[in-house]
Design a protein around this ligand. Structure first.
Ligand code: NDP
Length: 326
């Protein structure tokens, strides 16, 4: 038997609870993993609470991230005892996920746990941190250099934002953190932010073009915030968009793109090709100051994950949450 969070939806409603399951309930897959840690991302919050249409079939075990040790494998690529990591691929949405003591997965979804990280450290990075890395890699790919000017990071006290600040500052960029939690200014500065701005300055409808300020951006908020950032990005600057914490809409004009040559880059971590994932984890091992992970993350039990999911969606959870499972 193994323990898991199970989400069910039926005539009596939508609910998430801890259940004891046996191995016969595990889905199809080549590799069975004894999970030691998972995480709580924004998407897991949506899945557990049912506040967003994340779960595609029921019953579902949530958890878009996991790390653990291979218990059994039908794949030549993995042997029992191998330490592995998984982010995305629809796991925790359409295939049973990481908020369980066991998971059965496709071999091609797995990544060997980088030797630079303990299992808990890898989960304190998790999908949020790996997505932050994808954003930074996109800024680099589009030619943004530290000497070009300031990089604005929204949702800065959240998971993606916190890791983005830590990465960018280690790489020598000047960062400006945008947050709804001014009380966390010292935390954001400790991650490398040179200035902290109130998210209210970004969340109202703005002009098609504003004073040019940002050389680049990492945006997790969307909606007016993303539109205002595009409007105030410098000539040929680059905006990476990965989230919708403030809304799915984009009430913008084409002015920044056609008059200032601004590039808007979409970032998706879920179906990101394997080569780019491996590169992102290699870069995380190289460019993330591991000592900052302690400040960014906290550890909770599987039982605590259900109540914390609602708080996370309300923006009350700072940084990253590691769920200790094994
Ligand atoms: P968190 O909940 O950890 O962080 C989100 C942060 O956004 C909050 O901490 C808060 O930061 C800010 N925020 C929350 N609500 C609002 C609001 N109404 N208006 C403006 N800001 C708000 O989530 P994650 O960091 O895990 O994820 C952030 C976003 O990125 C989510 O939308 C998520 O779905 C998306 N995402 C997308 C991925 C992809 O592949 N494209 C992968 C990972 C995440 P503060 O208090 O500092 O203002």
């Amino acid at each position: 038997m193994f323990k898991a969070i199970v989400i069910e939806k039926d005539d009596t409603g939508y609910r998430a609870a801890i259940q004891q399951l046996d191995d016969s309930r595990l889905p199809e897959g080549e590799v069975t993993v004894r999970v030691s840690h998972s995480t709580l991302n924004y998407k897991d919050g949506l899945a557990i609470t049912g506040k967003g249409p994340v779960v595609r079939k029921f019953p579902m075990v949530p958890g878009i991230d996991l790390v653990g040790v291979v218990e059994a494998s039908d794949s030549p690529d993995y042997q029992p005892g191998d330490a592995v990591l998984l982010n995305g691929w629809g796991v925790g949405e359409g295939h049973w996920g990481g908020l369980a003591q066991k998971a059965r997965l496709k071999a091609e979804w797995l990544v060997p746990l980088p030797s630079a990280f303990t299992p808990a450290q890898a989960m304190s990075i998790g999908t949020a941190g790996y997505t932050a890395m994808l954003c930074v890699m996109a800024l680099e790919r589009h030619g943004v250099k530290p000497s070009d000017g300031e990089i604005v990071v929204t949702g800065a006290a959240g998971g993606v934002g916190s890791v983005a600040l830590a990465l960018l500052s280690k790489l020598g960029y000047t960062t400006v953190a945008v947050t709804g939690r001014p009380a966390d200014a010292d935390y954001l500065k400790s991650l490398g932010a040179s200035e902290v701005m109130d998210r209210a300055d970004f969340s109202q409808p703005g002009k098609p073009l504003a004073r040019e300020r940002w050389a680049g951006a990492v945006d997790v908020v969307g909606s007016h915030t993303l539109a205002n950032i595009c409007a105030s990005t410098r000539y040929r600057g680059v905006v990476t968009a990965c989230g919708l914490a403030g809304g799915m809409d984009l009430p913008a004009t084409v002015a920044p793109f056609i008059l200032r040559g601004v590039t808007l880059v979409g970032i998706d971590s879920v179906m990101c090709p394997r080569e780019e994932r491996l590169e992102a984890w290699r870069r995380l091992a190289q460019d993330l100051d591991i000592s900052k992970l302690d400040a960014i993350s906290r550890e909770i039990s599987l039982e605590e994950a259900i109540p914390l999911a609602g708080q996370l969606l309300q923006g009350q959870v700072r940084g990253r949450v590691v769920v200790r499972i094994g």
